[in-house]
Ligand binder design. Structure first.
Ligand SMILES: Nc1nc2c(c(=O)[nH]1)N[C@H]1C(S)=C(S)[C@@H](COP(=O)(O)O)O[C@H]1N2
Ligand SMILES: [Mo]
Length: 399
């Protein structure tokens, strides 16, 4: 298994200093922000090394400070955290993974056994289906995420397919339920009346794909507790709720799973056969977000300024496109995509702008993915408070 060096992980970055060096430099300089030169372009503010932004307490829900985005890989201590219940403390010596249900060979795998199986590494962007919720009008209930309930890590683990292969899935199998070790009572009605575990299913066809991992390392370190120690699912291309943390049990079923987290919660309305039906949220929709300038930032007039962000989608990223508008969506120009496209992983982009005369300006970004799906300008209310990928303007002032 090839070792991935730090420089490799951060091979696409803005600026020349690494985040950590910059942090040290800033600490030594005793400054929070500095004029920031990238390729000769002055940005009003430097991407500061930040801290996770608390959005909810008990359980912890913490947001990646998206305005500090500076490389493909999000460091573990800045990766957003989405918990429905208190994070369980799992001791590796007490833990094992059960594989049961419609299989010829039920399994009990220890942490050691799992780590001894052939592993792969995959860069996967996880986005919470509620990312961007705070921009919804009218104001929506739920964790008030701004732009940063999205992050990318390099995950090490084995494929779920390899485990299912060992367990010998029966021909009657339809879905694979992934259950976490965390549980509790759901607060809002309608809800089951006792404590339930976090659990989510994948159709068998998705469960067998190479982008579905049982991961035990995140950016080269053992999974941090907040991200699902000792083993979590990582489901490339699907919203974060499918990537079950603190994995404890895998249940192969011969019918569709109708659990709380994919019927009442994490479901949207879709029209099927002319009728609205509630369907579980699955694939990530195409989206570009602006990291910098930040909303409310003041930029000098008539100067070069660089607009920077990331774009992602639920499938392979080949042939995608990001457009930027600096006039609230009236006209669009092509942004520069950085690095090579990688499936399941976001891509950084930038656009060089010459700031106009003084005034208020609405910046927008719009992505198109390899399947030609274009990020919408309007919100689809059938998505309840999830799957938020319509273009949201970043308002800046030029002075
Ligand atoms: N066991 C368990 N797995 C879980 C969750 C949870 O609350 N419990 N939250 C899910 C949701 S909604 C998201 S968006 C991702 C977030 O993963 P992260 O906390 O590592 O960013 O984990 C998913 N897996
Ligand atoms: Mo989520």
């Amino acid at each position: 298994m090839a070792d991935v060096s730090d420089s490799n992980l951060e091979n696409i970055t803005w600026g020349t200093t690494s985040r950590r060096n910059r942090r040290r430099f800033l600490r030594d300089a005793g400054l929070a922000t500095l004029p920031y030169l990238v390729g000769g372009h002055l940005l009003a503010e430097q991407p500061r090394p930040g801290n996770l932004i608390p959005r909810e307490k008990n359980p912890d829900n913490l947001e990646f400070p998206f305005d500090t985005l500076s490389s493909l890989i999000t460091p573990n201590d800045l990766f957003y955290v989405r918990n429905h219940f208190a994070a369980p403390t799992v001791r590796e010596e007490d833990w094992s993974l059960e594989v049961v249900g419609a299989v010829e060979q039920p399994l009990m795998l220890s942490y050691r056994e799992i780590k001894a199986l052939p592993s792969t590494k995959l860069r996967v962007t996880l986005e919470c289906a509620g990312n961007g919720r705070s921009s919804l009008v009218p104001k929506a209930k739920g964790v008030p995420w701004e732009l940063g309930a999205v992050s990318t890590a390099e995950w090490t683990g084995l494929t779920l397919a390899a485990v299912l292969d060992r367990a010998k899935v029966k021909p009657s199998a339809v879905e694979v339920v992934l259950e976490g070790a965390d549980s509790g009572e759901v607060k809002n009605e309608p809800k089951p009346h006792k404590a339930i575990a976090f659990a989510r299913s994948l159709p068998l066809a998705k469960a067998l794909k190479p982008e579905v991992l049982l991961a035990y390392q995140m950016n080269g370190d053992p999974l941090p507790s907040a991200h699902g120690f000792p083993v979590r699912a990582v489901v490339g291309g699907w919203y974060g709720m499918a990537s079950v943390k603190w994995l404890r049990r895998i249940i192969v079923t011969d019918r569709q799973f109708q659990g709380y987290w994919q019927t009442t919660d994490y479901s949207v309305w879709e029209k099927r056969d002319g009728l609205p039906v509630q369907v579980p949220i699955t694939e990530v929709q195409v989206k570009a977000s602006i990291a910098r300038p930040r909303a409310g930032e003041v930029l000098p007039a008539g100067r070069p300024a660089r607009i920077q962000g990331a774009a992602w989608t639920g499938g392979a990223a080949q042939g995608d496109k990001v457009e930027v508008s600096t006039d609230a969506g009236k006209t669009w120009a092509i942004a520069k995509l950085l690095g090579e496209p990688m499936p399941w992983c976001w891509r950084l982009w930038e656009y060089d702008w010459k700031t106009p005369p003084a005034g208020a300006h609405a910046l927008m970004a719009r992505a198109t993915d390899d399947r030609g799906r274009v990020q919408p300008l309007e919100r689809d209310p059938n998505r309840r408070t999830y799957v938020i990928n319509h273009c949201v303007p970043t308002e800046v002032t030029v002075r």
